[in-house]
Design a protein around this ligand. Structure first.
Ligand SMILES: [Cu+2]
Length: 351
């Protein structure tokens, strides 16, 4: 008799237990968060905090114009010799973006988010004076705080298995747009400190609106989601230009192996515009890095990811995740360095 009462109670409890998406944080499941490269796709319950660290590492090592590969020689050869006529060709770029995030559930329907990031980048390039002298290889480095984002995430509706999450974010221009490093100059390659090209700047210099809309579903043993997001530049920066707007669309599917482990497959399409206006300190003839019309492009990436969630206990509330993406399509306004791969990693702790 007692046994059947407790069984009935368990059945009732199961029937009224909220669906899995209601527990987006501790005690939930590994795939309750999207692949780590996707941001702002979940909300928190009232009074709950989350802090996290994310690393985005990307590597570029070849030039493209449109969908075609372009050699460094063609990039820095004179127009008369069939080249693009720049004096410098970038050959490789590595970037680490370290992101510190904090989220707070203001209410069950509204989560506030703050994200700061520290960027370090290095770029290899070769200067060619269009004369008999040999090209001069050199490396440039830039590091420092990038732009800071404040955002509101809101519960935008629920379905039988899923939820909509909206985001309105504002990016503040805390990153420098006037970083310099020594570069060779003239036919003898004398090293002179000069402003670096657009992609080696730490921030945008502008206030940017960052909206996003996500739909995700948690099913029995698997999950999926889609997100659209944008970066919309609201003004020109104090160097007289703005970066192009940026739009992203992504879709993922995840397999939940057990409560603590999920793996994911994701497709990401990104489109970003050229620079509007120009920085007068950047000589376009010097490098495609300085050319406002060689900055835009579109790319499709495919990524594999893994999410790990600690079971309740000493490590409860902690998550680790990794995601590795490679492009399957790139169409760049160039010559521009093409992406070889991107690695996203993250640690998150909710309490
Ligand atoms: Cu969170």
């Amino acid at each position: 008799m007692r046994r059947s009462v407790s069984l009935s109670l368990a059945l009732v409890a199961a029937a009224v237990t909220p669906p899995a998406w209601a527990h987006a944080t501790p005690g939930a499941r590994a795939d309750a968060h999207a692949p780590i490269g996707v941001m702002a796709e979940h909300v928190h319950r009232e009074g709950e905090w989350m802090v996290g660290y994310r690393l985005m590492r990307s590597y570029q090592d070849a030039l493209r114009d449109g969908t075609d590969h372009v050699s460094k020689e063609r990039t820095y050869s004179s127009v008369a010799a069939g080249g693009y006529g720049y004096h410098t060709a970038p050959t490789r770029m590595a970037m680490n973006m370290h992101m510190l995030e904090a989220m707070y559930g203001w209410s069950d329907g509204l989560t506030l988010m703050l994200m700061a990031n520290y960027v370090d980048m290095s770029m290899d390039a070769e200067l060619h004076a269009h004369g008999p002298a040999a090209p001069v290889p050199h490396r440039m480095d830039a590091s420092g705080w990038g732009d800071t984002e404040i955002a509101a995430l809101f519960d935008a509706g629920r379905t039988a298995h899923g939820r909509w999450v909206g985001k309105v974010g504002l990016s503040l221009p805390t990153g420098s747009v006037s970083t310099r490093d020594a570069m060779p100059h003239g036919s003898h390659g004398a090293m002179i400190p000069m402003r670096m090209g657009y992609t080696m700047q730490l921030g945008s210099g502008t206030y940017d609106l960052r909206p996003a809309l996500t739909y995700s579903e948690l099913r029995d043993g698997w999950s999926w989601g889609v997100q659209a997001s944008a970066v919309l530049r609201l003004d020109d920066n104090d160097q007289g230009y703005r970066f192009g707007h940026r739009g992203e669309a992504t879709a993922w599917v995840a397999r939940l192996w057990n409560r603590s482990v999920s793996t994911s497959l994701r497709v990401l399409g990104t489109r970003w515009g050229n620079v509007h206006g120009r920085d007068d300190d950047l000589s376009v003839a010097m490098s495609p890095e300085n050319d406002p019309q060689a900055q835009g492009g579109r790319r499709v990436d495919v990524g594999l990811g893994v999410n790990l969630m600690a079971p309740p206990g000493a490590l409860g509330g902690q998550r680790l995740a990794l995601e590795f993406l490679r492009p399957v399509y790139q169409d760049l306004d160039g010559p521009q360095l093409a992406t070889d791969w991107t690695l996203n990693a993250g640690w998150q702790f909710a309490f």
